[in-house]
Design a protein around this ligand. Structure first.
Ligand SMILES: [Zn+2]
Length: 641
């Protein structure tokens, strides 16, 4: 998963290419997934879904579910149908059942097909059907789909995108059962999904039927149905499809050149591609962004005009690399609680800092190795990430294991206090990935790296169909590093210690925050994060320890004047920029509609600029480690330069 807001960029032309009528043309083998879930003793029924979208402007996905007894035995007297409360990869209870309407059940089979069957809801997401022991039941309901994110559903007159966990109810006791999904597209829309087409399926024109061997795979395979564009490519003999839905300033030829490099670089690192085929589902949107990982596909949303400007395009490629790398790290290299999934409750794990954080570390590593990001830009980016972490007071209030465990109530539910009370397992996890990578490289003189940890987790756990625990991760990391990492895990994984950036980078001939500009006097520091919304300049968050925090500024305060003169965000920054640490100013503020005045003594930001630069007179050992890590020679800086 990745939430991302790409930078604004200029509008440019985009290329159009023709798409083939379907992107799921041949039957494909499903990807592997565990089936270690408790199973019912009931004989497995035949389960088939049909999803239609006859009136896109209503935002209603029309679902029909048929459950038919496979043997002479009739269906049990009652059947519970359940809508998942969340979808894997996005760790929040989303209550998908609230979008269900028009639920009805009836008898199936040739005779009495229209006889209604009784049903009742037994909890928020369970519908219990009184089957009267008939051999087949038909259930119909609609799902309101009007929210475009990678973990929700949207249907309107341009496209349909849905996650099956948010759309298709499962039959209680049969999460391991196979099922089929027939999609009836609107008009002549095409269908894209990672699911294979069902063999021997014979459906009406335009419709297609797909097969899932179990619900973990069914719920892992979103559908995109529209008049999308498409290009295809092969890497290591495996077919890949890149589907683009929506207008924007993307350059399909450029994507066609760059995306395979990410795939190839990942395959090089992980020794191959563990799927038969892979589908990228990209949707463009005016403002939204994000991605969600799946076993052999990914859903991506990017801002429509974010593809032309270099920095935002690179941000998009890191999103692609992030979601793609997840096909190993989290989808196959599975943390303890993540698969087989419990779709009715939170699935707690302390390992999201590995699943998300280390994936975030590799998103940029892969771009750099693939030649899509220069080493200098990479080091600049790490410096920016360190600055963001170090200006978040919450980094000292929560460990990455705690952040992982509380994702369900913290990361996905941020509020104005989050900056002071919590840390993102993405942000700190990515930097922890960097620290682990560099520490392993330093200890092994560049012979081994975090890559070896990921490969070992893949070989020892994913390929043996075992989930790994926090203890397993430490054991594997220590085996690769050739010694104990207990101090590291105690301080930085289980503990809340500051990450040792300077010491770690030193071994690689790099220094951080070295610029001591003594000529320019220090600037004044206020410390509140502000937002200008129309005429209103409002305090968004107040990080602990800043002058704003210490002197009583609150989230939601509307700043109207500095020393008696009206300010906007721009003019406030300009005028504070002329001040020195220790200066006193008066802020006039509306708080709960009362006009208030606050004298504020400005402080000094001692954090530095977090620029990462080569040390002077680097040693051979430092240069060797630098080059083995970044793949480029180190720029020489001598003391007399
Ligand atoms: Zn992710």
């Amino acid at each position: 998963m990745m939430l991302r807001f790409l930078f604004a960029s200029i509008i440019a032309g985009f290329a159009l290419i023709g798409g083939s009528p379907t992107i799921a043309a041949q039957p494909r083998r499903p990807a592997s997934m565990p089936t270690n879930r408790a199973q019912t003793n009931q004989p497995t029924p035949n389960i088939s879904y049909t999803v239609s979208m006859s009136r896109p402007s209503t935002h209603l996905l029309e679902v029909e579910l048929r459950v038919r007894a496979m043997t002479q035995t009739p269906l049990p007297a009652t059947l519970d149908l359940r809508m998942p409360v969340w979808t894997p990869g996005s760790y929040l209870i989303r209550e998908y059942a609230r979008h269900v309407q028009d639920f009805a059940a009836q008898r199936g089979g040739n005779q009495n097909e229209s006889t209604p069957l009784g049903w009742t809801k037994t909890n928020k997401n369970t519908w219990r059907i009184t089957t009267q022991n008939v051999p087949e039941i038909i259930v119909r309901y609609n799902v309101y789909a009007n929210e475009l994110t990678v973990r929700t559903n949207e249907l309107h007159d341009r496209h349909a995108f849905w996650n099956n966990a948010a759309t298709l109810m499962y039959v209680e006791g049969f999460l391991n059962a196979p099922s089929t999904v027939t999609v009836k597209p609107f008009g002549n829309w095409k269908i894209a999904t990672g699911l294979p087409q069902a063999t021997g399926s014979n459906t009406e024109a335009g419709s297609q039927t797909f097969a899932a061997p179990n619900y973990d795979i069914l719920y892992d395979s979103p559908f995109l149905v529209s008049d999308f564009k498409l290009f295809e490519f092969e890497v290591r003999g495996k077919p890949h499809r890149f589907v683009v839905d929506g207008e924007g300033n993307y350059d399909l030829e450029r994507l066609r050149a760059d995306v395979p490099k990410i795939v190839e670089e990942s395959a090089k690192m992980m020794n191959g591609l563990p799927y038969d085929n892979y589908t990228f589902l990209l949707m463009t949107h005016p403002t939204a962004g994000g991605g969600l990982e799946h076993l052999n596909s990914t859903a991506l949303i990017a801002r429509r005009f974010s593809f032309a400007q270099e920095e935002s395009y690179r941000g998009f490629l890191s999103l692609v690399a992030h979601e793609f790398f997840h096909l190993w790290n989290v989808k196959r290299i599975r943390p303890d609680a993540l698969g087989a999934f419990d779709y009715n409750n939170e699935n707690y794990t302390r390992l999201l800092w590995v699943a998300e954080g280390i994936t975030s570390y590799y998103e940029n590593v892969l771009l750099r190795r693939a030649g899509l990001m220069k080493s200098d830009d990479y080091l600049k980016l790490i410096g920016n990430e360190i600055r963001a972490l170090q200006s978040t007071p919450g980094r000292l209030a929560m460990s990455v294991e705690e952040a992982s465990f509380d994702a369900w109530i913290e990361y996905y539910r941020p509020d104005e206090n989050t900056v002071n009370s919590a840390i993102s397992y993405y942000d700190k996890g990515a930097l922890l990935g960097l620290i682990f990578d560099l520490e392993i490289r330093r200890r092994t003189d560049g012979a081994r790296s975090l890559d070896d940890v990921m490969r070992a987790l893949y070989t020892d756990f994913a390929l043996r169909n075992r989930n790994y625990t926090p203890a397993d991760f430490q054991v594997v990391a220590e085996q690769v590093a050739g010694g104990s990492l207990d101090g590291f895990f105690n301080s930085y994984v289980r503990g809340r210690g500051e990450l040792p950036f300077a010491e770690t980078l030193q071994a690689f001939g790099l220094t951080i925050n070295a610029t001591t500009d003594t000529k320019t006097p220090a600037k004044a520091f206020f410390g509140a994060n502000l937002t200008q919304d129309g005429e209103r300049l409002t305090v968004r968050t107040v990080p602990a320890g800043t002058p704003a925090y210490e002197q009583g500024i609150n989230t939601g305060d509307q700043i109207v004047a500095l020393n008696g003169t009206r300010v906007t965000l721009t003019s406030l920054n300009e005028r504070l920029g002329e001040r020195r640490p220790g200066d006193e100013v008066t802020l006039t503020i509306f708080r709960l509609d009362e006009l208030r005045t606050f004298p504020i003594k400005l402080g000094q930001n001692t954090q530095g600029d977090f620029r990462i630069t080569p040390v002077q007179n680097s040693t051979d050992a430092q240069r060797k480690l630098y080059e083995s890590w970044l793949g480029t020679p180190m720029k020489t800086v001598t003391s007399d330069e």
